[in-house]
Design a protein around this ligand. Structure first.
Ligand code: GN1
Ligand code: MG
Length: 366
């Protein structure tokens, strides 16, 4: 049997999947968890499943995280049933163990869980065009609306203060002061950039804390490659990666989607001349999102919408920079200065958005 190194087959066999495991292969995506695709055979038929190791050094409360997933996926399922679901949307389906548990710890102490594999879909790291941008934004809007009935307080905070820009900036300041790996010198330009824009980090977290915008359940990791499209790439049919789905503001999701979708290059692109806001993609996102959520947002939320992408890019850039200063302990990296490069790209995104500020605001005044 082909198998990736260090996959505990006996652990996977505890999940309630009929038949036998034929092969398992790692999918190289995501910076935090590890994801594998297992092929299982039962009565001559092969089916695929997603087996995942949840990073418990980052998600410390696995029980709470899995209970959030249960609440969120059930609420989505109920919403699909009630609304007729003409677009054929779906959500993650958790496969429990034969003993009815949603996850299991292997001998090495790693936590495993399993989902059904969603077949006949495709996803994009870089946005292929305005149709996909519109669809991704529309499925996000539907997702947020479908979760209106889930009280934010019913969900565990799986990573405390996850997108709290103010706290993220304080963590950066502390890492800079400590400079444990003596890397601040190499990051001097990025550090300077961050220090000059300190106020930007807390625009959304302060508004939430002051109560000027409501706390709502949102996705909190709204990357384009977390959207599954049908095989023709026409309709968005599922939102993946629900581990940080918890209280926040819809502005986090809108901002994050624009940050990584309307800038048509990789998150760690080193040719900074490619880091520009594609206004056509941005407009498509605004249209797709407002078509679903426009009527639900408060005046203050709408007012902050055009700034949210910049805040999200800045907070993410600051997180990458902090991790670089700390010695790469959080995000998985693929080369020595990867986190510094990622920070540089995200700060270039901030600058691109500063240049496009008035045009970005205009679109939303519509
Ligand atoms: C991480 O692992 P992944 O790709 O789903 C991170 C997000 C960042 C993203 C940037 C739990 O997500 O917050 O926006 O990288 N997730 C966590 O690519 O920190
Ligand atoms: Mg994620």
């Amino acid at each position: 049997m082909e198998q990736a190194r260090a996959v505990p087959i006996a652990t996977l066999e505890l999940f309630d999947i009929p038949g036998r495991l034929i092969s398992v292969e790692e999918l190289k995506r995501g910076h935090i968890n590890r994801t594998f695709v297992g092929v299982w055979e039962h009565k001559g038929l092969r089916r695929r499943y997603v087996h995942q190791v949840v990073n418990h050094r980052i998600f410390e409360n696995i029980e709470g995280l899995m209970s959030n997933l249960e609440i969120v996926t059930k609420a989505l399922q109920r919403h699909f049933e009630r609304s007729g679901n003409l677009g054929g949307e779906s959500t993650l389906k958790i496969i429990a163990t034969k003993q009815g548990r949603r996850y299991i710890q292997d001998e090495a102490g790693e936590y495993w869980r399993t989902f059904e594999f969603i077949e006949d879909t495709t996803s994009y790291d870089v946005c292929p065009g305005s149709g996909a941008a519109f669809e991704a934004a529309a499925i996000l809007g539907r997702f947020q609306r479908a979760l209106f009935n889930v009280p934010p307080a019913s969900l565990v905070e799986t990573i405390p203060f996850f997108l709290h820009g103010g706290r993220r900036f304080s963590a950066f300041e502390e890492s800079l002061k400590r400079d444990a790996k003596k890397r601040a010198g190499r990051a001097a330009r990025e550090v300077q950039f961050a220090l000059q824009r300190k106020e930007l980090s807390s625009v959304l977290s302060s508004a939430l804390e002051a109560g000027s915008i409501p706390s709502r359940v949102c996705h909190n990791d709204m990357k384009l490659n977390n959207v599954l499209f049908d095989n023709e790439g026409r309709r968005a049919v599922c939102l993946l990666d629900l581990d940080t789905c918890m209280a926040g503001t819809p502005l986090f999701d809108f901002g994050d989607l624009v940050r990584n979708t309307a800038i048509p290059c990789a998150e760690d692109e080193q040719d900074l001349s490619k880091v520009v806001v594609d206004m056509e993609l941005y407009e498509a996102i605004c249209q797709g999102y407002m078509g679903e959520m426009g009527a639900e947002l408060t005046a203050q939320e709408v007012k902050l919408l055009p700034f949210a992408p910049r805040v999200l890019a800045f907070v993410l850039g600051t997180r990458f920079l902090t991790d670089y200063l700390n010695g790469d302990t959080y995000f998985r990296t693929h080369r020595p200065e990867h986190n510094l490069e990622r920070a540089r790209t995200q700060f270039a995104v901030v600058e691109a958005m500063e240049r496009s500020e008035s045009r970005m605001s205009e679109v939303l005044k519509g």
